[in-house]
Design a protein around this ligand. Structure first.
Ligand SMILES: N[C@@H](CCC(=O)N[C@@H](CS)C(=O)NCC(=O)O)C(=O)O
Length: 264
């Protein structure tokens, strides 16, 4: 993927999407896939993980990614605002259910996946502790030694959590996976392969992109750094075999609706 610098993006018009360079950040991938699905063009702007990104902050007021900036509008960083922007640009290929109940369910599911305290957020909390707690094989130690020296202070300042949230991160992840798994089983029994109704909506894309933090997509379609793959795949006491339907769902979503390989 070609990126431009924030200082160059600032003077442009149209849609500029700030993304973390070199990694499939789940929030960023979801934003990218929503725009791709709807054939909405954007210019990719670089954000460097765990760094101060001063030029980005000077332009948008925000240090991390994704950030969607359209013309002179306020930068959009929240997953829900990014879906709304994509819907505005291409309402025909809608990713939002029409019915009231279905819409609330769709955004509720996305909030469980992408919201503060949700799946991605809690997986990040797990990652901060789990790899350090268990003993690593020699191969794992070698792989982790290739990880860049990310500024841990910047990250813990950026993504604060209470002590109980940190302690309960794995349980919260499990709760969400069980909820999502039950939902997809119910939908399948009613004849649908999607989380809501009988067609693709934004929460399906959110799950497909965030599922990388349960089981990363294979190297061939997802050439992410090995150290990050190790961290994304480290799910502690959670058993992958309990969530086969969720992995089948993401494979179906990528196969039918989204482009692979991932490009970051
Ligand atoms: N603002 C997003 C969450 C963004 C987020 O957590 N971004 C992470 C992962 S994609 C990131 O930028 N990490 C790199 C960094 O913080 O430097 C939302 O609320 O939907």
């Amino acid at each position: 993927m070609d990126y431009i610098k924030p200082s160059d993006a600032k003077g442009l018009r149209g849609l500029r999407l700030v993304l973390t360079i070199g990694v499939p950040g789940p929030w960023g991938e979801s934003a990218k896939k929503m725009f791709e699905y709807k054939d909405i063009d954007y210019v990719s702007v670089e954000q460097h993980p765990a760094e101060p990104n001063e030029d980005l902050v000077a332009w948008t007021g925000v240090r991390n990614a994704p950030i969607a900036v359209y013309n002179d509008e306020a930068p959009k960083t929240n997953f829900q605002d990014i879906v709304a922007l994509a819907e505005r640009f291409n309402p025909e290929q809608s990713l939002t259910p029409e019915g009231w109940d279905e819409r609330i369910t769709c955004f509720g599911i996305s909030n469980e996946i992408c919201g503060e305290g949700g799946f991605g957020w809690s997986r990040r909390l797990m990652a901060r502790s789990s790899l350090r707690k268990r003993s690593l094989s020699q191969r794992e130690t070698e792989i982790l030694s290739t990880a860049p020296n990310l500024d841990k202070d910047t990250m813990s300042r950026a993504y604060g959590a209470s002590e109980s949230q940190s302690l309960k991160a794995s349980e919260r992840v499990l709760e969400i996976l069980i909820g999502l798994g039950n939902r997809i089983k119910k939908q399948k029994a009613a004849g649908s392969s999607y989380f809501v109704g009988d067609r693709l909506t934004s929460c399906d894309i959110h799950w497909a992109c965030f599922s990388n933090m349960l089981l990363p997509l294979p190297e061939m379609v997802n050439p992410m750094p090995e150290w990050l793959r190790l961290s994304y795949a480290d799910i502690g006491f959670i058993k992958l075999s309990d969530f086969e339907e969720l992995l089948e769902h993401r494979d179906m979503v990528f196969e039918k609706h989204l482009k692979l390989p991932l490009d970051f």
